[in-house]
Design a protein around this ligand. Structure first.
Ligand code: FRU
Length: 503
């Protein structure tokens, strides 16, 4: 085996070390097995979708599907957490409780700056939540109209909430899956637009006051993936070379490219009434098995920050954590990229992550077939980030391992032109027969150089390839921490650089 190290530079420096070790603690019990360090988890209880994400007065609000009394899905509440930097979250008291109209399912929140709703009092700006109420009693009776849309408002920045007396604001028209309203202000038409998942398509509504809604149009019966129910949509513009392009994201379960749940997206135009896709191609924002129901924060101007639930309905209720179930992904900033005539979303971890970089080790210009990265740059210690640039498009694998043989293998297969993550030997896998196996993601960009950013926490790997055009998020449950990283290839491979950064 020929190995050539032409230049090795190892730079180690410390930044913000003191403040980090204190502030990264998100829960009273951070030593708990699998509790992530830089991903939000509730202290205890069950969590699924992110909800009502809104930025206001310097604070990011994250509401979420929450069942506080058990670690399995149950009667849904909206939990609440706040952060000033998108990475350190403080859990707050529960925001919304189930009531006579049902559980509080997914939805969104907006800042009603011009008091269109009339909910303002004493000059206070209303934060308005728009969500689905799911009536379990009607559902059990076999009725079809058990999901309806309701609203609530807060005049103290999300601390306390009043439900609107006129709920529901949109009554079910006879569609069993009728949920997850995402509302945003459409400035050109001076109105609110609601994007709602309605079984196998999206229905758009609009309103001047958040209380009275009219149906505008439908999209998607013939577009994209249809292997399951459509859920948790979002609609927002992104700029590309000064042009406004509209993105419609739609989560789907089941029917994901690697089984279970995932989020697809469409690229097109929205004129205030109708969304028209440029094509009917199915695109996925994240090909991994563990990024679902993601949507963007509202009230962040042109910046679009996306957050998903880091699990999959195939096994979310069985994962081997004890006090809580599920984490959120790292928040990601969305941009548009073009390959030929096609636009793609590129999602990368938010720039705020840079503020937590602690310790960096760099290795440059390696050619060879195998490299023990942790021997050269130090053992991995989650949370950390690995950035890697590979000059030639040969197959390779990166093996994350511990000393007892658990491993997660992330790689690129040149024959399939695909990235992959194999968690067959990743530790605890027997809690569900759907958890094990290999997930694949097609490489979309065509250039030779492959750039990877990997975010590693105690029980997750997030892979951003080609500046975020191909993304894979995967969770795993090793029997001991994964602290070794090996690079392996069948052909001589040129690595331009590897950077290991402590977070
Ligand atoms: C998506 C979802 C939503 C629903 C919520 C219920 O994961 O099924 O469609 O509102 O979860 O918890």
């Amino acid at each position: 085996m020929k190995k050539k190290l032409s230049v090795i530079t190892i730079v180690i420096f410390s930044l913000f070390q003191m403040s980090i070790s204190k502030t990264l603690a998100q829960s009273p019990d951070t030593k708990e097995l699998y509790r992530p360090a830089i991903h939000f988890t509730p202290h205890t209880g069950w969590m699924n979708d992110p909800n009502g994400m809104v930025y206001y007065n310097g604070v990011y609000h994250l509401f979420f599907q929450f069942y506080p009394n058990d670690t399995h899905w149950g009667p849904m509440h909206w939990g609440h957490a706040t952060s000033k930097d998108l990475l350190h979250w403080q859990q707050q008291p529960i925001a919304l409780y189930p009531d006579s109209l049902g559980y509080i399912f997914s939805g969104s929140a907006v800042i009603d700056e011009h008091n269109t709703s009339g909910f303002s009092k004493d000059g206070k700006t209303p934060m308005v939540a728009i969500f689905t109420q799911h009536d379990p009693i009607l559902e059990k009776k076999g009725a079809i109209n058990f999901q309806n849309q309701s609203i609530a408002y807060s005049l103290d920045e999300g601390k306390t909430w009043t439900k609107y007396a006129g709920n529901p604001v949109i009554k079910n028209p006879g569609i069993a899956d009728f949920r997850d309203p995402k509302v945003s202000w459409y400035e050109a038409g001076k109105k609110w637009v609601m994007t709602l998942a309605t079984k196998d398509h999206i229905t758009f509504y609009s309103s001047e006051n958040l209380k009275e809604w009219r149906k505008e149009s439908e999209f998607g019966k013939e577009a994209g993936a249809h292997g399951g129910v459509w859920e948790c949509p979002d609609l927002f513009p992104l700029e590309y070379e000064g042009k406004k392009i509209w993105i419609l994201t739609v989560s789907i379960n089941p029917g994901a490219p690697n089984g279970g749940s995932a989020t697809q997206y469409f690229i097109g135009q929205f004129d205030g009434n109708t969304f028209t896709a440029f094509d009917n191609t199915t695109r996925w924002i994240d090909f991994g098995r563990d990024d679902y129901a993601g949507v963007t924060w509202s009230n962040t101007g042109k910046r679009k920050i996306f957050l998903g639930w880091m699990s999959n309905w195939d096994y979310a209720n069985q994962v081997p954590t004890v006090a809580w179930r599920s984490a959120m992904t790292v928040p990601r900033e969305l941009h548009l990229k073009k390959d030929g005539n096609s636009y793609y979303i590129a999602s990368m971890p938010v720039k705020e992550l840079k503020n937590f970089e602690k310790k960096k080790a760099v290795l440059k210009n390696f050619s060879g077939k195998s490299l023990d990265i942790s021997q050269k740059l130090g053992l991995l210690s989650a949370p950390c980030k690995v950035d890697l640039t590979i000059s030639n498009k040969e197959s390779f694998s990166l093996v994350f391992a511990n000393t007892i043989g658990d491993q997660v293998v992330m790689g690129y297969d040149n024959n399939k032109n695909s990235f992959y993550v194999d968690r067959t030997k990743s530790g605890k896998i027997n809690f569900s027969d759907k958890f094990t196996g290999v997930a694949f993601a097609p490489r979309i960009m065509k250039n030779d150089e492959i750039k990877l950013t990997l975010i590693i926490d105690h029980a997750s790997l997030e892979m951003f390839a080609d500046d975020g055009v191909t993304v894979m998020t995967e969770i795993f449950f090793p029997n001991q921490p994964m602290n070794r990283l090996l690079f392996e290839a069948q052909q001589e491979t040129d690595i331009k650089d590897v950077v290991l950064t402590g977070l």
